[in-house]
Design a protein around this ligand. Structure first.
Ligand SMILES: C[S@@+](CC[C@H](N)C(=O)[O-])C[C@H]1O[C@@H](n2cnc3c(N)ncnc32)[C@H](O)[C@@H]1O
Length: 364
């Protein structure tokens, strides 16, 4: 059986176990061996407040390694695509955030997972969602449809990751966001693990090195690429998720110590390739929220450079008084506000990203 068929079979079985478990069962399904299971059981991914109103079976079937919807900063009216949507948890979470004027597509190749996701949708009566059958290497949607592509612990499972990233780029609008949770390697793992099909289906063997992930995203055309570790797995964790993959795998667990991580992967499709940059001219004011920290200075410098590169005359104001900053409801500075709208908080967007934000804000 090839790797794709192995993955399909494993996740088909996982979906059937959720069906068999029924809605009221206190036991979770027996999941495919691997990181997804360990990550989920030992590291709470979704808080109770995240999952209010989400179908119970979608929560039970959750096999992710992070919460991409927390990363994506979804807004009402946006169109979202979830690559490898499984039982649908991130689709339903996204649907709540984009609201009735938005739309969320879940794409999965496994019939049993699609049946489970569609059953969850019917039970919950969610209307702004559509589950599609297909492969993430060949997305059955038109160019430029999505504001955001999310995915949770799936891209590592693909046998053609560069194609997946090119497809994600294709279906995104200009300025669209790629906001993914995935398993990423921060060092080479032993060949015994790399070549184990069980561990491929368990989200370990197919994971890309961080440097490779970044270069593949750049090759697909993405900018503002960032990989943020959310959990680095130590030898003891590795031993736990290797236990069902055989003694040979367990024997090399120490060699994988600290080399496997769950991470948030962020990137943006440039807004400005062929876009009408003059739209940014209509933006009248940029505000930098912060009390004078070095990151606030970096953000100010990036904003000045973005304005300069776009050739516009937008005012840049520094907002330094706490009582003025908290009006924007941010928990962490620096913050970036464009014409009164908060665009980023707790981080320093790059010059390129600020340019995209200015063009997008000016186009509204
Ligand atoms: C680890 S589970 C994650 C499911 C879901 N994202 C979650 O967080 O619960 C992987 C899912 O991706 C799907 N999948 C794996 N490879 C795929 C591919 N090449 N094309 C489409 N779906 C795929 C599987 O069928 C399965 O539902």
């Amino acid at each position: 059986m090839n790797l794709k068929e192995t993955v399909k079979q494993k996740y088909g079985e996982a979906a059937l176990r959720v069906f068999e478990g029924g809605g009221g069962c206190c036991c979770g399904p027996k999941l495919p061996t691997g990181l997804a299971q360990t990550a989920r059981m030992s590291h709470e991914i979704y808080t109770d407040s995240d999952t209010v109103g989400i179908p119970a079976a979608a929560i039970t079937a959750s096999l992710g390694c992070g919460n991409p919807t927390a990363l994506a900063q979804l807004k009402p009216g946006e169109t979202v695509l979830d690559l490898g949507s499984g039982g649908g948890i991130d689709v339903f979470l996204s649907a709540q955030r984009v609201g009735p004027t938005g739309k969320v597509y879940g794409l999965d190749m496994t019939d049993e997972m699609l049946a489970l996701a569609r059953q969850n949708q019917t039970k919950a009566g969610v209307e702004n969602v559509e589950f599609l059958k297909g492969e993430i290497e060949n997305i059955p949607l038109p160019d430029g449809l999505a504001d955001v592509v999310i995915s949770n612990c799936v891209i590592n499972l693909s046998v053609d990751k560069s194609r997946v990233l090119r497809e994600a780029f294709r279906v995104l609008k200009r300025g669209g966001r790629f906001a993914v949770s995935d398993v990423v390697l921060c060092g080479e793992i032993p060949a015994t693990l790399r070549n184990n099909p069980e561990l491929w289906a368990g989200c370990v063997a197919g994971a890309m090195l961080e440097s490779k992930y970044k270069s593949e995203l750049a090759a697909a055309g993405f900018v503002d690429i960032d990989i943020e570790p959310t959990r680095v797995f130590r030898a003891a964790d590795v031993r736990e998720f290797l236990s069902a993959a055989g003694a040979e795998a367990v024997s090399v667990a120490d060699q994988a110590d600290g080399k496997i991580m769950s991470a948030f992967v962020r990137a943006t499709k440039p807004a400005t390739g062929g876009e009408d940059l003059s739209k940014a001219k209509t933006v009248s004011k940029i505000q930098i929220l912060g009390t004078g920290c070095s990151r606030c200075r970096d953000l100010t410098a990036n904003a000045q450079k973005a304005v300069q590169e776009l050739g516009i005359e937008t005012e840049i104001e520094k907002v330094t008084e706490i009582e003025d900053i908290i009006k924007f409801h941010i928990f962490m500075t620096p913050g970036l506000v464009i014409d009164g709208q908060l665009k980023a908080a707790g981080r320093v967007p790059s010059v390129e990203e600020i340019k995209q934000l200015l063009v997008a804000a000016g186009g509204n």
